[in-house]
Design a protein around this ligand. Structure first.
Ligand code: GLN
Length: 441
C-alpha cells in the first residue's frame, strides 16, 4: 500500500485528485494484524484500488473534478464502494476525470489533463481517464470508474486494459454522482478478466437505496472457462465501413473477425443506426438529464457559493463561475431540449429513437450471442486537440453510446496496438460476455 501511495504521489500523469493515505494506511495495518493473528480474511483483503472522483466515500473530498465541488466532502459512502471495503479492499485515491463525467478525454478537469499511460502526449480518454491510467501503470490493482456513454470502455481501450460497463442496474448507483441517470453505470477497470469477474460479483446486487437495481446470480470461476457456448457473433457493418474509422482500427477489427471465423463461429453482418443518429440521441438525453441532475448545485446546499446582490444573482454567479465551459454547454443544451417549443421535436424524438435502438438490440440478440465492435473509430488525440472541437469529441463516442442507450453489458478488451475490442451481450448476460473474452485471449 505504501509503495503504491508513493507511486501515485510522484506520478506525472495527473491521475490524482486526492490521496486517501490516512484511510489506506490505517486499513493496511488492520489487515497485517488480521493475518498475523491467523484470522479469516476477505476476498479482496489488502488489495489497493482507486476510485473515480465522482463516488461518495465518507469524509473524503468528492470534487467531480470541478471548481463547484472542490471543497465538498462526502457525508456517506456509495454502496458499490462499501461492498469493496467490506470485502477488504483498500482505497488509495480519488481519481482525476472529466468534470461530472462530461467528456471523452479527461481534459475537462481543474486538476490538469490526464496523460495517456502509453504516450504522455496523448489524452488518457475519458471520462474515467485517471482510473484507466492508474491501472495501466500499476499504481492501483483495479479502479472503479463510471460509464454513462463510454467512460469506462473508451479510456480502458486507450490505455490497453479491461473495462466493464455492466447491465444497467446490476450495480447500485447509490452514492455515484448522477450525470445521466438512465444510463449511468458503475464498473471496474482492471488488468485481467478474472479480476473483472470478481469485482462484478462483489459489487452486484439489489439495493434498497437504488430502485433501478436488479438481482443477478454470482458468476463462478469455472463457468467462464468453458468455451462451448458462443455459436454466432454479429457486428455492425456500418461501424466498420464508416469513412471516419481509422484504417489501423479497421484492420485490427477485421483481423479479429477472421480469427474468430477460423474457430468455426458464424459471423453475421448486422444493420444498425448511423453514427449521427446514435450520437445525437445519446447527447440529447444525456444533456437533458444532466441539466436536471445538476440543477441542485447552486451554492445553497452544495457547492462553492459566490455571493451576488440577491439570491438569483448568487445562483447565477455561483454556477457561471464554477461550472466548466463543457458542463455549461450541456446544461444550456439540456434545458433547451426540455423547454416548451423544443421538447416535442427534440427530447421526445430522442426518447422514441432510444426505444427503436433497444428494439433493434432485442431483435439482434435473437440471432447472435455476442456483438463485437471496435471501442472507438479513432486513436487517442493529442492533448489539447479535443477541446478545440467539441462536436468531433461527441462523434468519437459513436461506437459506445448505442450500447449505453440499450442498457447492455459491454466489455473492453485490449487488442494489439489498437484502441480495444468491445464485446457486448444481451441484458444480464455478463457470464457469456466474460466467457467469450476468455475464449479470445
Ligand atoms: N463521452 C461521453 C459524454 O461525455 C460519455 C461520458 C461518460 O460515460 N461519463 O457524455
Amino acid at each position: 500500500v505504501q509503495e503504491k501511495l508513493d507511486l501515485l504521489k510522484e506520478n506525472t500523469h495527473n491521475t490524482v485528485n486526492s490521496l486517501l493515505d490516512k484511510i489506506a494506511l490505517e486499513l493496511a495495518v488492520k489487515v497485517d494484524a488480521k493475518i498475523a493473528n491467523g484470522e479469516e480474511i476477505g476476498l479482496l483483503e489488502g488489495i489497493p484500488f482507486g476510485i473515480k472522483d465522482v463516488y461518495m466515500v465518507q469524509g473524503t473530498y468528492t470534487t467531480a473534478s470541478s471548481d463547484l465541488l472542490k471543497n465538498y466532502k462526502s457525508a456517506y459512502t456509495a454502496t458499490a464502494i462499501q461492498k469493496l471495503l467490506d470485502a477488504g479492499a483498500i482505497p488509495l485515491v480519488k481519481e482525476n476525470c472529466d468534470s461530472f463525467g462530461h467528456g471523452s478525454s479527461s481534459e475537462n478537469t481543474i486538476f490538469g489533463a490526464v496523460k495517456n499511460a502509453l504516450n504522455t502526449e496523448l489524452v488518457a480518454g475519458g471520462s474515467s481517464g485517471g482510473s484507466a491510467v492508474n491501472v495501466a501503470k500499476d499504481y492501483t490493482v483495479f479502479s472503479i470508474g463510471g460509464d454513462t456513454g463510454g467512460s469506462i470502455r473508451q479510456p480502458a481501450g486507450y490505455n490497453h486494459i479491461y473495462g466493464l460497463k455492466p447491465t444497467y442496474g446490476r450495480i447500485s448507483r447509490y452514492g455515484l454522482m448522477a450525470y445521466a441517470s438512465s444510463t449511468d453505470c458503475v464498473g471496474p477497470l482492471a488488468k485481467s478478466i478474472e479480476d473483472i469477474r470478481i469485482l462484478l460479483n462483489v459489487m452486484s446486487g439489489k439495493d434498497i437505496k437504488d430502485q433501478t437495481t436488479i438481482t443477478s446470480t454470482e458468476i463462478k470461476e469455472d463457468s467462464i472457462l468453458n468455451n462451448g457456448k458462443v455459436k454466432t457473433i454479429g457486428y455492425f457493418k456500418n461501424f466498420v465501413n464508416n469513412t471516419s474509422i481509422d484504417p489501423k482500427i479497421k484492420a485490427d477489427f477485421l483481423a479479429t473477425l477472421e480469427k474468430i471465423k477460423e474457430q468455426g463461429i458464424t459471423i453475421k453482418e448486422l444493420d444498425f443506426f448511423d453514427s449521427d443518429t446514435l450520437v445525437s440521441t445519446y447527447y440529447t438525453l444525456a444533456m437533458a438529464e444532466t441539466a436536471s441532475n445538476l440543477s441542485r448545485l447552486d451554492g445553497t446546499n452544495y457547492g462553492n457559493r459566490i455571493e451576488g446582490d440577491n439570491l438569483k444573482d448568487t445562483y447565477a454567479i455561483t454556477r457561471s463561475e464554477n461550472f466548466s465551459e463543457e458542463s455549461k454547454r450541456r446544461i444550456v443544451g439540456g434545458n433547451q431540449v426540455l423547454s416548451q417549443g423544443f421538447s416535442d421535436e427534440i427530447y421526445l424524438k430522442a426518447l422514441a429513437l432510444r426505444d427503436q435502438i433497444s428494439d433493434n438490440f432485442d431483435k439482434d440478440f435473437k440471432e447472435v450471442d455476442i456483438i463485437l465492435s471496435p471501442v472507438t473509430p479513432n486513436t487517442p488525440p493529442k492533448i489539447g486537440d479535443s477541446l478545440k472541437d467539441p462536436l468531433a469529441m461527441y462523434l468519437s463516442d459513436a461506437y459506445t453510446v448505442g450500447f449505453s442507450l440499450g442498457q447492455l453489458p459491454t466489455l473492453t478488451v485490449p487488442q494489439g496496438t489498437s484502441t480495444g475490442l468491445q464485446i457486448t451481450a444481451a441484458k444480464n448476460q455478463e457470464q457469456t460476455l466474460l466467457k467469450f473474452a476468455n475464449f479470445l485471449k
